[in-house]
Ligand binder design. Structure first.
Ligand code: G4P
Length: 531
């Protein structure tokens, strides 16, 4: 038993969030490097290899040279068993990217020091806030010219509404980057990129009190500026408080350069020290801790047709409690069936590994013969509880879908409903129209192509998509108190319903949302739909 508890307690499961190009991949590679999972940075998830290796589950991926799949990486470091969840960006940004965050216990936010907070970070951050998970910030690319450090922190606080607590402080940037000041140790760790591509070397540490030595190493001007900034910082920044970090109200911040391997291991150590073991989860029988029960898990993502030859679906689940054994019988609660999970596997960046056991905190993928839905609970045969469902996230792109051949109505409805059930798209209906005319909402525009491609290839249905100008959708949180017929918005607002009949409002811009709220006192709108 103790071994089992130990296994769970050494798990750390987190997602990395950032705007594309901030350095998420590079940072992940360096983490893997320290964990000994790879020998040379770049060999696991280098862009060139990732493009071919990650998956070939869909022609569209090959054509576009991108990966629609988000992956999980597991590695060992310093006695910890670490699961990193990738949150894909660029065109492959989709609702899955958000849902990945539902499986994580904390998040690492990577920010480009010359850019500050960017759009995708902002979006992903909102989900972290909703979940109240701890967020750790790595400000990257200090080897390039960076924005003023105080401004960067201010940007995070203002843009994201979270207090920051720098654990270290950069000394210069770009060609003048000299290292970081460690606030706890009260010493300067001098920058060196001589270890580039290998493990972080033994850093030179200079106590801040040893001013003469400091000036010798980093130069007089840099030393003077640093001393001034430290004084300012100590007076201005939030007190470090682990409780606040754990609640997601305060983000510890580290600075460094993932590319030249500076500050990454320092960050990783701080992170592991402060982040949390697998978190308890809400279920209909109350909150359940990771060691309280035997195996249980919930499905957070369904990936269709990863292997074209088999037309299979893979359901990804996050283990919430206990230990999973490949041969054990489990209950699929929503389907009310006792079964064995078929082909349990860990999906790594470029390979699938069949596994025999896994613990709370781990992510596994299982073969899905079309029975699982997002949010489903899997537990021991004698149990029957359900974990709290996964919210639906607001799509940002909308199109009206019409089938070209109206004779194929059945296949069209079946196809579109199945694809929606997997969570790749959301479907809405206008009041007063039938299922032959549907509004589709997606988080990332690529999903429109995926929908068209899959309907044609899997259901033999050709569709036409007509883009709609809406960019925002809101669920009516207090729908029982609101008379939809009397609700008045701006002239471009549209009332629709989702497949469960929940009323929603579509808006062209955020200004219209504000107007509608003003005109309808008591109306409560939300970006997260609940099942
Ligand atoms: P992402 O996963 O967040 O999209 O970013 P990724 O790590 O792929 O990094 C984006 C670009 O930024 C890459 O350059 C990468 O080498 C560079 N980069 C990452 N961290 C640092 C850093 O600390 N300092 C500097 N100077 N650059 C950094 P690229 O030229 O776009 O790609 P590549 O040809 O190097 O793969």
């Amino acid at each position: 038993m103790s071994n089992y508890t130990e296994e769970i307690n050494r798990r750390r499961t987190f997602a990395i969030i950032s705007h594309p190009d901030a350095g998420k991949t590079t940072l992940t590679e360096k983490f893997l490097l320290y964990g000994g999972a790879i020998n040379l940075a770049g060999s696991v998830k280098g862009k060139a290899t990732a493009r071919h290796a990650v998956s070939d589950w869909m022609q569209i991926e090959k054509e576009r040279g991108i990966s629609v799949t988000s992956s999980v990486l597991q590695f060992e470091y310093d006695g910890y068993c670490i699961n990193i969840l990738d949150t894909p960006g660029h065109q492959d940004f989709s609702e899955d990217t958000y849902r990945t965050l539902m499986a994580a216990d904390s998040a690492v936010m990577v920010i480009d020091a010359s850019k500050g907070v960017e759009a995708q970070t902002r979006k992903l951050f909102k989900v972290c806030v909703m979940r109240k998970i701890p967020i750790f910030t790595f400000i990257n690319k200090l080897d390039r010219d960076a924005n003023d450090t105080f401004e960067l922190l201010d940007d995070i606080e203002k843009e994201l509404g979270i207090a920051t607590c720098p654990l270290n402080w950069p000394i210069g940037s770009g060609k003048e980057f000299k290292g970081v000041y460690d606030r706890e140790k009260k010493c300067v760790i001098a920058y060196s990129d001589t270890e580039k591509g290998t493990k972080e070397g033994i850093a030179t540490e200079i106590p801040i009190k040893d001013e003469a030595h400091l000036k010798e190493v980093i130069g007089e001007a840099a030393a003077d500026k640093l001393l001034e900034e430290i004084e300012l910082l100590d007076g201005a920044s939030a007190e470090f408080d682990l409780e606040e970090v754990r609640k997601g109200d305060l983000t510890p911040v580290c600075f460094g350069s993932a590319l030249t391997n500076f500050g990454v291991e320092i960050f990783l150590k701080h992170f592991l020290n402060m982040t949390t073991t697998p978190l308890p989860r809400k279920a209909d029988i109350g909150v359940i801790g990771p060691t309280e029960k035997d195996f249980s898990a919930f499905v957070f993502k369904i990936q269709a047709n990863m292997n074209k030859a088999h037309r299979d679906r893979i359901a990804f689940m996050r283990i919430c409690t206990g230990k999973f054994d490949a041969n054990m019988e489990v209950r699929h609660v929503q389907g009310n069936k006792v079964m064995r999970l078929s082909q349990p596997q860990q999906i790594m960046a470029d390979e699938r590994k069949i596994l025999s056991e896994a613990y709370a905190g781990d992510i596994i993928g299982v073969f899905d013969p079309g029975i699982f839905s997002i949010g489903d609970t899997i537990c021991m045969p004698k149990e029957k509880f359900q974990y709290e469902g996964i919210p639906t996230f607001a799509p940002e792109h909308f199109a009206r879908v019409r089938q070209v051949d109206t004779m194929k109505r059945k296949q069209f409805v079946k196809g579109i409903e199945q694809i929606a059930q997997e969570g790749a798209i959301q479907i809405f209906q206008e009041y007063n129209t039938g299922l032959e005319e549907i509004i589709v909402g997606v988080v990332g525009v690529l999903q429109f192509d995926v929908l068209k491609y899959r309907l044609e290839n899997e259901y033999n249905v050709e569709i036409r998509l007509e883009n709609l100008p809406y960019e925002h959708i809101r669920w009516i949180e207090n729908k029982d108190e609101v008379d939809l017929a009397k609700l008045t918005g701006t002239s471009d607002m549209k009332k629709v319903k989702d497949m469960r009949g929940n009323p929603l409002l579509l808006f062209v811009n955020s200004w219209s949302i504000g107007m509608t709220l003003d005109r309808n006192k008591g109306l409560v709108l939300t970006e997260f739909g609940r099942n």
